[in-house]
Design a protein around this ligand. Sequence first.
Ligand SMILES: Nc1ncnc2c1ncn2[C@@H]1O[C@H](COP(=O)(O)OP(=O)(O)OP(=O)(O)O)[C@@H](O)[C@H]1O
Ligand SMILES: [Mg+2]
Length: 401
Amino acid sequence: MTSSIFLTRVVLRNYRSIGYCDVRLGALTYLVGANGSGKSNFLDALHLVRDALTGSLDIALNERGGLSEVRRRSSGHPTNFGIRLEFVLRDGQHGHYAFNVGTLANRGYEVQNEECYVGGTELHGPYFGIERGQVKTSSEDFFPAVTSDRLALVALSGLKTFRPIFDALTGMGFYNLNPKVMREPQKPQDGRLLKPVGENIASVIGHLERSAPDALVQIQEYLQVVVPMIEGVERKQIGPMETLEFRQAMAGAKHPWRFTAQNMSDGTLRALGVLTALFQRNPDHAPTLIGIEEPETALHPAASRALREALNRAAKHTQIIVTSHSPDLMDDPDLDADTVRAVIAEGSETHIAPLDSGSQDAMKQHLFSAGELLRLNQLAPDPENILAQQRQVSLFGEIEP
Ligand SMILES: Nc1ncnc2c1ncn2[C@@H]1O[C@H](COP(=O)(O)OP(=O)(O)OP(=O)(O)O)[C@@H](O)[C@H]1O
Ligand SMILES: [Mg+2]
């Protein structure tokens, strides 16, 4: 079986509270840290890449309140922010995509550098390098017009060579499920990829009923572990709108009772949202990476085990990043210490690193689970790793492995 890993490494510069970070990712990564430590900011950097490619950089920045909110606030000069993503495509080719964005004197912004290399800078695969709207290097004879206020990869997605990179980056999904939104009747829409707060979940369940019934069975099985009386869920049309309908076992009743999403509990809806995010499937555009914010929210601690199992299972076919500050979710003596990244804020600056050797040893020897360490406030990042990240300065070209 091929690995589910899509992003192998994420390097950020001055993105919100993150001054710098250089984070390796496996098939499943838990970003763990206190409130306000910067976990969501890390995921948001990846989300911004997706938003900037599916819509435009302008929309992606505006949705976040503009460049001034996105780049790191500091007492010194206004900072530019930068993102570098190293990836493996489904065909096994490695590459990276990087860009940085800075302010212009007249209060606008510009993409200062943008580059993409597949197969390394030895020029095996397609590549391009752009500086302030000028193409500096490229594998292509024909290059579409580029401007410094947009990401060139959007225009390049029209070329067959760059299409797989564009598809993979825009195939990342980010979730912070909202039961209130999931409860409302929804307009029928594209159900191929679940949207961020679950606003199209009825369409996604409908899509799975038709195209991947086995995935729906999997979702229902896990849901039943979390909420035992739920027997199933399906899409239901109501006039021009649609919603979810749950079948629920009732003592003494011959047939299960049916409830629409309107009547379901927060925890049930959130659990369904998380499971749908994890097991959604789409033959021609499967998600490449799934980022989920606090999947344990609104769930009973005893449901954590089923949730962890679902995360492990889903990570076999899709890369997963989870943010959490829940000791319950991390209370698993078998949780692999390598999957955990500790996130801390030190003087308003976020650091993200693997666990220090003390925490790793305690977990490997089963002295403490990650959850217990988290409760004791002892889940610490490796200081040497943080120092090493600081030394890595460039976002572009071949960088130290
Ligand atoms: N542009 C910015 N520059 C510097 N710091 C920022 C910027 N934008 C946000 N922050 C800081 O980021 C912090 C919030 O980070 P984030 O939302 O990632 O936390 P979190 O770890 O997800 O917390 P929670 O567990 O509560 O969700 C806030 O303290 C905020 O001040
Ligand atoms: Mg958060």
